[in-house]
Design a binder for this molecule. Structure first.
Ligand SMILES: Cc1cc2nc3c(=O)[nH]c(=O)nc-3n(C[C@H](O)[C@H](O)[C@H](O)COP(=O)(O)OP(=O)(O)OC[C@H]3O[C@@H](n4cnc5c(N)ncnc54)[C@H](O)[C@@H]3O)c2cc1C
Length: 476
C-alpha cells in the first residue's frame, strides 16, 4: 500500500513537472521582452529590410513626434527594446554579411545578424569571434549595444573587437563611427542601449579558430581568486574560462568548479571544426532543471550531476564550438513565473569577501537562485556606461521568481541589498537586466551616466530613440 502511494506521488510529481516544463500558456502580454515584465502598448513593429526604409521611419517619427525603439532578439530584460506608443524596429531580418577580409581577419555584418550567422560564415575560413556571450543566439546590434562579454579571458569586452560601425542618428544622417571618425559617438552608442540611433552595420575584428581541450576541476570560493590569478591567467595556453558557484543547499556558495579551455596547437582545426548543431541531453536536463526550480533536493542533485559529468573528463573541441549555445535546457515557459538574470562585477581581489557578504542576504531574502556562472572581464572603461572598472569577476545570477507585484517588490528589496554590498567593494552591475537597482545606486555605480544622458540630449534633442531603460534611470 505504502509502495503504491509513493509510486502515485512520484507519477503526480512527474506529470506536474512535465506540464510546467513543456506545456506553455500563451503569452498574455502586449509587448515585453524576455522578462515578461512591464508590458506596454506600442504603435507597431516594423521588420527592418533596408537602409532607405529605416531613414523613412526616422523621418516619419520626427514629423509625427513618435518614438522609436530598437529590438534585436529581445533577450535584454529591462524594457530596453520597447516604449509606450513607439514604433519598434525589429532588426532581425536585417542580417546580411556585407564584407569579409580573410587576410585582415575582419567581417562587416548588418546589425540584425546573430553570432550564429557570423560563425557559420567564418568557420570554413578557420576564423572565430574574439568576444561574444556564451551563447550565439544574440544579434550583433544587441550585443554591441550592451557591450557584451563572455568566456574569452584574453580579448576583453566586446568593445575591443569592434573596429567601426555605421549609425543612423535622430537627424536621419548615417555616420561612420570608429575610434578615429565621429569618435565621440563610439563610446556612447557602443554600450548605449539603442539611445543614440540605429547601428546599421558593424565591422568586427576576428581571431583564429583553434582546438581546445576542455577540463574542469573543483575549487572552493575561498581559493578561487588565487587559483584564477596564478593558475589560469598566468597560463598562456588557457584562452577561455568559466566557473560555477554552487547554489545547492548542501554546498551553498562554498563549492565551485572551474572549466578551462587550453589550446592544443598540435591538433588540426579541420579535424574538429564541424559546427555543433544541437545541444545533447536537452530534454532530461530541461526536466531536471525544472525540478531544480522547485526543490532543494533537486538543487543538490543537479549540482552533483554537473560535477559528475565534468570533473576528471576532457573534451576536445574548437573555439567556434566552445562559443555556441549550451543552455537550451534552461528554456522556460510559465505565465506566472520567470527566470531572470542579474549580474554583478566584483574586483578579483574582493571576490571571497563579496560572496561572504551576500550569502546571508540571499538566505534571508529567500531568493530562488538557480545558478551562478563566473566569468572574467579585464579593466576596460572605453564605453561611457562601462562596467569593467578594474579586472573583475562577473557573477551571472539566475533567479526564478513569480511575476506578481509582491514578488517583484521582494526581488527589488533583495537585489538592492546586494547592490549596496557591491558599492562597498567598488563593484558594478550589468545593465541589460530588470531594473531592480535604484536610480541612486545606478548613479553611484555609473558615475558617467549624467554625461551619457546629456550627450543623448545633444545628439537626439527630440528623444526620438527611447526605451524603458531611459525612463527608469534618467532620474529627472
Ligand atoms: C539567457 C541569456 C544569456 C546571456 N548571456 C550573456 C553573456 O554571456 N554575456 C553577456 O554579456 N550578456 C549576456 N546576456 C545579455 C545579452 O547579451 C543582452 O541581453 C543582449 O542585448 C542580447 O542581444 P539581443 O539581440 O537580444 O538584444 P536586444 O535585447 O534585442 O537589445 C538590447 C539593446 O540593444 C539595442 N539594440 C539592438 N539592436 C540595435 C541596433 N541595431 N542599433 C542600436 N541599438 C540596438 C536595443 O535597443 C536594446 O537597448 C544574456 C542574456 C540572456 C537572456
Amino acid at each position: 500500500m505504502k509502495k503504491i502511494a509513493v509510486l502515485l506521488l512520484l507519477i503526480a510529481l512527474c506529470l506536474w513537472q512535465y506540464e510546467r516544463t513543456f506545456i506553455a500558456g500563451d503569452d498574455p502580454f502586449l509587448r515585453s521582452d524576455y522578462s515578461k515584465l512591464r508590458p506596454v502598448k506600442i504603435n507597431r513593429v516594423i521588420p527592418t529590410k533596408e537602409i532607405k526604409q529605416l531613414q523613412e521611419i526616422v523621418s516619419e517619427a520626427r514629423e509625427k513626434e513618435l518614438k522609436i525603439s530598437i529590438a534585436g532578439q529581445r533577450h535584454s530584460q529591462g524594457g530596453h527594446t520597447y516604449y509606450k506608443d513607439a514604433i519598434v524596429l525589429d532588426m532581425t531580418p536585417f542580417n546580411k554579411v556585407l564584407a569579409f577580409d580573410e587576410m585582415a581577419k575582419t567581417i562587416t555584418v548588418q546589425s540584425g545578424a546573430t553570432w550564429a550567422d557570423v560563425q557559420k560564415y567564418i568557420n570554413p575560413y578557420g576564423l572565430a569571434v574574439k568576444t561574444m556571450q556564451s551563447q550565439n543566439i544574440f544579434t550583433i546590434g544587441g550585443s554591441i549595444s550592451v557591450n557584451a562579454h563572455g568566456r574569452d579571458i584574453r580579448n576583453g569586452s566586446l568593445i575591443s573587437s569592434v573596429e567601426s560601425f555605421r549609425l543612423l542618428g535622430a537627424d536621419g544622417q548615417i555616420r561612420n563611427v570608429s575610434r578615429l571618425e565621429n569618435a565621440e559617438l563610439f563610446p556612447l552608442a557602443l554600450g548605449g542601449y539603442g539611445l543614440f540611433g540605429v547601428i546599421v552595420d558593424v565591422t568586427l575584428s576576428l581571431t583564429d579558430d583553434e582546438v581546445y581541450e576542455m577540463t574542469s576541476e573543483t575549487i572552493s570560493t575561498e581559493a578561487y581568486s588565487n587559483y584564477f590569478l596564478n593558475q589560469v591567467k598566468q597560463n598562456p595556453d588557457i584562452h577561455l574560462h568559466l566557473a560555477r558557484i554552487s547554489v545547492a543547499p548542501d554546498s551553498f556558495l562554498t563549492d565551485m568548479y572551474a572549466t578551462n579551455y587550453s589550446v592544443r596547437e598540435e591538433l588540426p582545426v579541420t579535424n574538429y571544426n564541424q559546427l555543433k548543431l544541437k545541444d545533447t541531453y536537452v530534454l532530461p536536463l530541461k526536466f531536471l532543471f525544472g525540478l531544480n526550480r522547485s526543490f532543494d533536493w533537486a538543487k543538490n542533485a543537479f549540482w552533483d550531476l554537473q560535477r559528475h559529468f565534468l570533473i576528471g573528463r576532457s573534451t576536445i573541441l574548437t573555439r567556434n564550438n566552445a562559443m555556441r549555445s549550451e543552455s537550451d535546457f534552461m528554456d522556460y515557459s510559465s505565465d506566472t513565473k520567470n527566470d531572470l538574470l542579474q549580474e554583478y562585477f566584483i574586483p578579483v581581489e574582493h571576490f571571497e569577501d563579496f560572496i561572504n557578504h551576500i550569502k546571508p542576504i540571499l538566505q534571508e531574502e529567500q531568493l530562488n537562485l538557480l545558478n551562478i556562472t563566473v566569468r572574467y572581464v579585464n579593466h576596460d572603461e572605453e564605453a561611457s556606461l562601462s562596467y569593467a572598472k578594474s579586472d573583475m569577476f562577473a557573477l551571472v545570477c539566475l533567479f526564478n521568481t513569480p511575476l506578481s507585484k509582491a514578488a517583484q517588490a521582494r526581488m527589488t528589496h533583495g537585489i538592492q541589498r546586494i547592490i549596496d554590498q557591491l558599492k562597498t567593494f567598488n563593484g558594478s552591475y550589468y545593465l541589460p537586466y530588470a531594473p531592480f537597482p535604484s536610480v541612486e545606486q545606478f548613479r553611484t555605480i555609473y558615475p558617467k551616466a549624467e554625461a551619457f544622458f546629456q550627450a543623448k540630449d545633444q545628439w537626439d534633442p527630440q528623444h526620438l530613440f527611447m526605451n524603458q531603460f531611459y525612463d527608469d534611470y534618467r532620474g529627472h
